[in-house]
Design a protein around this ligand. Structure first.
Ligand SMILES: [Zn+2]
Length: 309
């Protein structure tokens, strides 16, 4: 299998990095040469292994004294599963599938800002331990339940199961996007291709595709990717202008994922009954079927943060 270009990039980068370090430390170049020669002579039977070890020890001492990392000449792969080759035993690696998803949609993949979000960033201190919610528990308990449901989703997916999706809803600023981002990052790290998108961006991409000649970006290609992604996240559902066109696309995606038992994760300011009123019963009834509702309560965290000294 021909190495994926990025696999080579990591090797070229490592070669370049090694060259720079050796140029700065000519003694290290000499020590590396002694290690290489000792190895060669050892293979030829002219030297014993202990002499190779000696040469290595001298080099490692120099590295330690000069605070040069031991792996200074090793390639740094972005994907440790396939070492950036894109394939494992002839099969496409999950990183390739993820890359394809990210390239397909202009508004997809997590925005840079959200790439560092993890469950650790989700801080319960922003949710009141006193105020009761309409479901009888405190806001903090509800927030904790939401986090547990999301972590459980990731854990089940990582075990190869197809867990029931989640429909996370509540007012703006309660951490819904943070939960989706944390799940997205954790799923991708576990090698599960995940498509994150703001639903209105998908609609915009589809409309743009009408002027495109390239079939890779045709409406059917975009819709197929959204329907078939291992995990699909629709962030901020309900923020788009609702037209017959939008309702039909949403129904197609939800219905396909329901029929094929593919998980869907949604965040919205609308409750599922409100989705029913806006998008029609056929959309909301299928959402109910495949997603557990996760309500969130509290005060806008962004506003709370600005009030902090
Ligand atoms: Zn990979």
């Amino acid at each position: 299998m021909r190495p994926h270009r990025e696999g080579l990039d990591a090797i070229w980068e490592a070669t370049e990095r090694r060259g720079k370090v050796l140029a700065q430390h000519p003694e290290l170049e000499q020590l590396e040469r002694l290690v290489a020669e000792a190895l060669l002579h050892c293979v030829q039977g002219k030297l014993s292994w202990s002499e190779v070890d000696e040469a290595r020890a001298a080099r490692d001492l120099f590295l330690a004294q000069n605070k040069i990392p031991f792996g200074y000449a090793e390639p740094r792969y972005r994907c440790s599963l396939c070492q950036d080759e894109g394939y494992i035993n002839g099969k496409k690696c999950s990183c390739k599938k993820q890359e394809h998803l990210n390239r397909l949609f202009s508004g997809s993949g997590l925005p840079q800002l959200l790439k560092s979000e993890t469950f650790d960033c989700y801080d319960l201190k922003w949710y009141s331990p006193i105020r009761k919610t309409p479901i009888g528990i405190t806001e903090r308990e509800a927030a904790d339940e939401a986090r547990k449901a999301c972590m459980q989703f990731v854990a089940s997916s990582a075990e190869g199961r197809k867990p029931r999706g989640l429909y996370i809803y509540g007012k703006a600023g309660l951490g819904k996007t943070l939960l989706l981002s944390a799940m997205c990052n954790a799923l991708v790290q576990n090698g599960i291709p995940t498509l994150y998108m703001v639903f209105s961006d998908l609609i915009a991409d589809i409309k743009k595709s009408f002027d495109q000649q390239d079939s890779a970006w045709s409406e059917s290609a975009l819709m197929a990717a959204a329907k078939k992604a291992s995990v699909l996240m629709l962030d901020d559902l309900g923020a788009e202008q609702i037209t017959e066109f939008v309702i039909n696309r949403l129904f197609d995606i939800v219905n396909y994922r329901r029929n094929n038992e593919l998980p869907l994760l949604v965040s919205s300011n609308l409750s599922i009954p409100e989705i029913g009123a806006w998008y029609g019963e056929r959309v909301s009834s299928r959402l109910w079927e495949i997603c557990s509702p996760i309500p969130m309560f509290g005060q806008d965290i962004r506003i709370q943060k600005t009030r902090q000294p």
